[in-house]
Design a protein around this ligand. Structure first.
Ligand code: COI
Length: 357
């Protein structure tokens, strides 16, 4: 594999325009000037790594991603520290998960070093796009998809891997405040043996209709239940979920193959253990959640993910019933501050999670 080639954008965004965008980055609407790209063919393997101008992708209308959805992605963030360096958080975990997803979706594995280099090369040319406001970062979105023009149903023999970058603020917009969650009773997200633990577009596409129902009912996210054991909670549309008890336990659904193993999820588990909480990864039912809040044994509930970081859950709406109401609790706040502190370089990185780009 040759080194990355750099093809500069012919008319990059001016520093003034970038400053304007970074004043209020929002989430997922602005993109940096460049993209990292690596092509793959069955015969030649990975080739032609490059950083080129961000722009539309030439794609044959018969490209199998457009018909059969053979696609995977990742999400991670880059933070500018006071030493001037730009760091990302546990990218090796994203590389491993990308390859796990690739395996499930019959896409080729990408070497971890090539994954890391694609992030390094892109951030090196677009480093002026990293926002530095509270809770802000440059969101990196690596993705891989089937480009081969072929309508037969089999794994594509031509694939593209790309990374795009987008300055990001709070995923839910505005100030951090507890979100309302809608329980999806009509639709499931995943079933055993399916693609629930792969980060593939289809899982997110399947969450859009229930997500629409959630929005119609004044909720920002949807909670999916285990389709086989009706009342057990699984995950949100794009985030994992945690409950805090009044006797020092942190509960989260166990990974059964239908839940995405979040990098933030595993980091929260580690930080919770570090501060002496007992972490229970197990089956949790809505009834347990409901009863726990009513009796005061469950004191806080929060969602977590790369995009959302840690977001307190206020109310859980199950049809006509509002199951629970909690505010931003102490444990949620403390773990969120510690995690963000490590990511932004103000708290010691004792687990060696940071990677300088
Ligand atoms: C992330 O948290 O990075 C995701 O991929 C989830 C999506 C809801 C933005």
């Amino acid at each position: 594999m040759t080194a990355f080639q750099y093809i500069q954008h012919p008319s990059p965004t001016s520093e003034d325009q970038i400053a304007q965008i970074l004043k209020d980055p929002g989430f997922g609407t602005n993109f940096t000037d460049h993209t990292a790209v690596i092509d793959w063919t069955l015969d030649g393997g990975w080739a032609n790594p490059r950083v080129e101008a961000y722009g539309p992708i030439p794609l044959d209308p018969a490209a199998s991603v457009l018909h059969y959805g053979q696609e995977i992605f990742e999400g991670l963030k880059a933070y500018k520290h006071s030493d001037g360096g730009i760091y990302t958080f546990r990218p090796q975990a994203n590389a491993a998960r990308l390859n796990k997803s690739a395996h499930r979706m019959a896409l080729p594995a990408l070497d971890e070093n090539l994954f890391l280099e694609s992030l390094e090369q892109l951030v090196a040319v677009d480093k002026s796009w990293v926002p530095t406001g509270e809770g802000e970062a440059l969101y990196l979105r690596p993705f891989m998809f089937a480009t081969e023009a072929f309508l037969g149903v089999r794994p594509a023999q031509e694939v593209s891997y790309r990374v795009i970058a987008s300055p990001a603020g709070n995923y839910f917009g505005g100030e951090l405040k507890p979100v309302r969650i809608w329980v999806s009773r009509d639709y499931a997200r995943a079933a055993p043996g399916g693609t629930g633990d792969a980060k593939t577009g289809g899982n997110y596409a399947a969450s859009l209709l229930p997500q629409q129902q959630a929005a119609e009912n004044g909720c920002q996210q949807v909670l999916f239940l285990d389709p086989l054991h009706d009342n057990a909670i699984e995950e949100l549309g794009g985030m994992n979920v945690f409950l805090v008890t009044n006797d020092g336990r942190l509960l989260t659904p166990e990974l059964t193959g239908t839940i995405l193993e979040g990098v933030t999820r595993s980091s929260v588990i580690q930080l919770a253990k570090d501060r002496g909480l007992t972490v229970e990864e197990r089956r949790i039912t809505l009834d347990e959640w409901d009863a726990g809040v009513t009796e005061g044994t469950i004191t806080e509930v929060f969602a977590c993910g790369t995009a959302a970081v840690i977001t307190p859950i206020g109310e859980l709406v199950d049809g006509d019933k509002v199951i629970a109401s909690t505010g931003t609790g102490e444990v949620t706040q403390a773990i969120r501050e510690e995690l963000l502190g490590i990511q932004t370089g103000t708290v010691e990185d004792r687990h060696n999670w940071l990677h300088r780009l």
